[in-house]
Design a binder for this molecule. Structure first.
Ligand SMILES: [Zn+2]
Length: 299
């Protein structure tokens, strides 16, 4: 073996070392990428509507990454999931459906489930007594808006807790501590709501979209909705609302941000009143529900 043979061996050695280093770097990058699509080790949780974002984050803390399907300002009675939202859900470990007959879910849960058949589906409404829709109000038999109620929220948050424990039993204590802190805040919200609305016994609340049936039942209000079967109200319906307002000296009316305020403004202008905004889909649940109570206290 001459000098050339030795040089060849050295070259071969260097090439092998380079190959090993490159392979190492590539596999490091690959592992890192897969943990990125795996949400940096966080538990991916899909939810349908805004209030669930606060609830899942409250219980899951820094262990969860939440994907919201119906974005703020959109209507869960009509919204369709986008292809990239279905891709995001395909990385999730758990999906929290509201579980009441909400059109977004009655129409698209099958599609969401088939995007990720291994995902745990948590029914947030398990244990909640659904109430019938006022027959003239919406197209479904039972009222879907059960989340717009602090007492129901407590049941829903506990169902979320049970789901998180099921997908990540090792962090049970952490979830339990978080749940208890948030439950205390919901209890406070319930007590504050009762206080804020204590003089409103039986008061008519004139809303555009009837999302406050459970709320009205629990805090002794009477909800009157302008929308009929999820459709814009007719001139006759508006006239009826004007009459109710006049007969009961009502000058404060309510609209939700996802709907055109022109109908409630028309009623308000005919009774010399004003329209306030109330939201049933805000991602900041507790703060929003206090805003709702303060708004209804002005009725
Ligand atoms: Zn609704």
């Amino acid at each position: 073996m001459g000098v050339k043979g030795k040089m060849d061996k050295r070259r071969l050695f260097i090439v092998v070392v380079i190959l090993i280093v490159v392979a190492g770097v590539l596999s490091y990058v690959a592992i890192n990428n897969s943990s990125n699509s795996n949400l940096n080790g966080k538990i991916g949780v899909g939810v349908s509507i805004g209030p669930e974002v606060e609830w899942v984050n409250a219980v899951g803390g820094d262990k969860v990454h939440v994907t919201l399907m119906v974005p703020e300002g959109s209507d869960p009675h009509t919204y369709e999931p986008l292809p990239n939202q279905l891709t995001q859900v395909s990385n999730a470990k758990m999906y929290v459906e509201i579980g009441s007959p909400l059109e977004f879910e009655t129409n698209y849960m099958d599609k969401i489930k088939s995007a990720n058949p291994n995902m745990l589906i948590v029914n947030a409404s398990e244990g909640i007594q659904l109430i019938p829709n006022a027959a003239e109000n919406e197209s479904t038999t039972m009222d879907p808006h059960d989340w717009v109620d602090p007492k129901n929220a407590m049941i829903m948050v506990n169902n979320i807790y049970n789901g998180l424990v099921q997908v990540d039993p090792a962090d049970k204590d952490y979830f339990q501590k978080n749940r208890d802190i948030y439950m205390a805040q919901l209890k406070q919200l319930d007590e504050n709501t009762t206080k804020i609305l204590k003089d409103k016994n039986g008061t008519d609340i004139l809303v555009y979209h009837p999302a406050f049936g459970y709320y009205a039942k629990d805090y002794n209000l009477t909800q009157v909705g302008a929308m009929l079967n999820d459709e814009e109200p007719s001139p006759q319906r508006i006239a009826m609302m004007v009459n109710i307002a006049k007969q009961n000296n009502i000058t404060v009316l309510y609209n939700e941000p996802q709907y055109d305020p022109k109908f409630m403004q028309s009623i308000a202008s005919q009774v010399g009143g004003q329209v306030l905004t109330v939201n049933d889909l805000d991602e900041h649940y507790i703060q929003n529900m206090i805003n709702v109570a303060n708004a209804f206290a002005k009725a």
